[in-house]
Design a binder for this molecule. Structure first.
Ligand SMILES: [Zn+2]
Ligand SMILES: [Zn+2]
Length: 141
C-alpha cells in the first residue's frame, strides 16, 4: 500500500525519491557494517553488595572489590559480597581475602577464605554466597 501522495511525488521526482531510498539503504548497511566491526559494549555487570559494617545493601558495578573507591554512603565503610549463614540466617558482607594465590599455600588460602566467610555472629563455617537474584527471589516470595 503506497499512499496516493507518495505515488504522485514518485512520478514527479523519480530520481530524488530513488536517491533518498538509496541513501536510507546505504545508511542501514553502513550501520550494520559499523556494528559488525565495533560491537556495542556489553552491559556492565551489576552485583549486589553489602556494607561490611552497617549491612547496607546496594547494587553496584564493581569490577574489582579490592580496587574500588566505592564506599557505603551511610557509614563510609567498604562493600563486600553478600553471604548468608545457614545456621542462624544472618546476612553479612564479605570482602574476599586479598591474597595472591602464588604467595601462600593452599591451606593458608583456605584458612583466609574461612576467616573471611565465617558467620560474624555465631562463628559458623556453614555460610553461602547470596547473589542479587537470590535476594530478589526472596523479596518476591
Ligand atoms: Zn555502611
Ligand atoms: Zn550464623
Amino acid at each position: 500500500m503506497i499512499p496516493e501522495s507518495l505515488k504522485k511525488l514518485y512520478a514527479k521526482h523519480k530520481i530524488v525519491v530513488l536517491l533518498i531510498l538509496a541513501a536510507i539503504a546505504f545508511l542501514c548497511l553502513a550501520h550494520a557494517a559499523f556494528r559488525a566491526i565495533f560491537p556495542p559494549a556489553p552491559p556492565p555487570h551489576i552485583e549486589t553488595f553489602k556494607c561490611v559494617s552497617c549491612g547496607d545493601v546496594k547494587e553496584l558495578v564493581i569490577p574489582d572489590i579490592h580496587n574500588t573507591s566505592e564506599r557505603c554512603k551511610k557509614c563510609g565503610n567498604r562493600y563486600g559480597y553478600v553471604y548468608k549463614c545457614l545456621d542462624c540466617s544472618y546476612e553479612f558482607g564479605v570482602v574476599p581475602p586479598d591474597i595472591k594465590p602464588w604467595t601462600v599455600n593452599k591451606y593458608q588460602m583456605m584458612d583466609a577464605w574461612k576467616n573471611a566467610t565465617n558467620c560474624p555472629t555465631c562463628k559458623s563455617e556453614n555460610t553461602q554466597r547470596v547473589t542479587g537474584q537470590d535476594l530478589k527471589a526472596k523479596k518476591a516470595n
